[in-house]
Ligand binder design. Structure first.
Ligand SMILES: [Zn+2]
Length: 161
């Protein structure tokens, strides 16, 4: 089982590289990412979170499940919505559970990329799925949801993590 990397691990702050080979190794990696995500009841997981600095993520949220390799995110509806958001890589030190905070995000996005066989895919999302896609794509650029919070809020979370 792949271990989930937490705040302080440099891989979380390193921009990930594109996936180049759509081979058996990639398919196994995707399976392992789902396994690691489900083991902790997560709804999304990006490569860097299991120490793999590659551009891909998996998700299973609001009845929609899948993976995207080399995703490119486009904002379709820039109107921001605020909702509670947490991250498997930012757990509370004592409970081990994600620390939630209200985060403003674009309401509607599209993600273009590839599936595990290298076939192009395009997904449109609103609501919690749109939030998830934005969160996961940021992981691939070495960014975390706490970066979007006002500094005092971010500090409070860092102290608990
Ligand atoms: Zn996260």
């Amino acid at each position: 089982m792949r271990e989930i990397r937490v705040l302080g691990d440099p891989v979380l702050r390193t921009p990930a590289e594109p996936v180049e080979g759509f081979d058996r190794e990639l398919r196994r990696l995707i399976d392992e990412m789902f396994e690691a995500m489900y083991a902790v009841d997560g709804v999304g997981l990006a490569g860097p979170q299991i120490g793999v600095p590659r551009r891909l993520f998996v998700y299973d949220i609001s009845g929609r499940k899948g993976h995207v390799v080399n995703p490119v995110l486009t904002v379709d509806d820039a109107e921001e919505a605020v909702d509670e958001e947490g991250c498997l890589s930012v757990p509370d030190r004592r409970t081990g559970k994600p620390i939630y905070a209200p985060v403003a995000r674009a309401s509607g996005v599209s993600v273009e990329g590839f599936d595990r066989l290298g076939r192009p895919i395009r997904l449109r999302a609103r609501g919690s799925l749109a939030r998830c896609f934005q969160h996961e794509c940021e992981h691939l650029d070495g960014r975390l949801y706490v970066d979007r919070l006002p500094r005092p809020e971010a500090r409070k979370i860092m102290l608990r993590a």
